[in-house]
Design a protein around this ligand. Sequence first.
Ligand code: FAD
Length: 288
Amino acid sequence: MTVPSVSFEFFPPKSLEGSFRLWDCVNTLAPLDPSFVSVTYGAGGTTRQLTHEAVTTIHKTSGLNVAAHLTCVDATKAETLQIAQSYADAGVRELVALRGDAPKGASKFTAHPEGFDSSVSLISALADMDAFNIRVGAYPEKHPEAADQAADIAFLKRKIDAGASSAITQFFFEADTFFRFRDACVKAGIDAPIIPGILPVENWAGTQRFAKQCGTHIPQVIQDAFANATRDGTTDLLATAVATELCDDLLQGGVEDLHFYTLNRPELTRDVCHALGVTPKVRLQNVA
Ligand code: FAD
């Protein structure tokens, strides 16, 4: 089996304890030699400064290739581009460009009067800066706001045509969901890589809530298995097995890159990676 190239998503810490947890996460996963790691931008643009600090600190101290998430929410175009410029100035070369969700309390995304009105216009403006490799989000089970999957894929094509180099998907539980989506993207003329997003289930109740919000289907067999594992206190074991099997199916179907939503809990992601043959790289100077 091909050993995949992996990448990891973190969120910015909001407390001292959170900072230590993120640091532990980076230290645990960095030896797996990720192609990049990314740091999210809080819903509603709430972690602007924290994301910036986490990205630039990881960039400076770890040597990892770091991608900063950036959304259109609650900021003027000038403010958003200023954030991007400050990443460029700090030597950060990767962005994940998103429209973002509504701030807390609001039901749907509304553009700031002087802000970017969609991910496409954000991506175009970032591409014009000519400073970044730009990744975007993609939705194998369609975004909840899309009329249908064809419209969603047509919109993804606009994001790629605007200057994105690849897309990272929302999480899903069945490899066939990804393969159907990948085939439909190719048919729609999208030739950019689509990287599956994998969520090792850290918290079953939270995962179910999140899946409902995103429209992610949870097969009955997985629901039953987690109900039983919760009763028996073996959810970590099950989560590792479920994510490893999903990744293995994806690799057998030709996938070469996997992006893990770590939720700043590195153990499950590390164990899944090890099971897939992604093991710590020892630098040669440390061997002699
Ligand atoms: P878009 O692709 O711009 O829009 C989503 C869908 O809505 C489109 O596919 C299209 O079907 C429809 N749509 C939107 N605008 C139009 C239009 N003008 N015309 C026609 N159809 C339209 N959120 C955060 O707040 N912070 C993060 O750090 C973050 N990271 C994420 C990382 C990944 C990999 C993913 C998949 C999602 C992430 N999100 C994050 C969530 C994301 O912000 C939400 O899913 C949001 O609702 C959509 O953002 P987008 O850029 O993917 O949307």
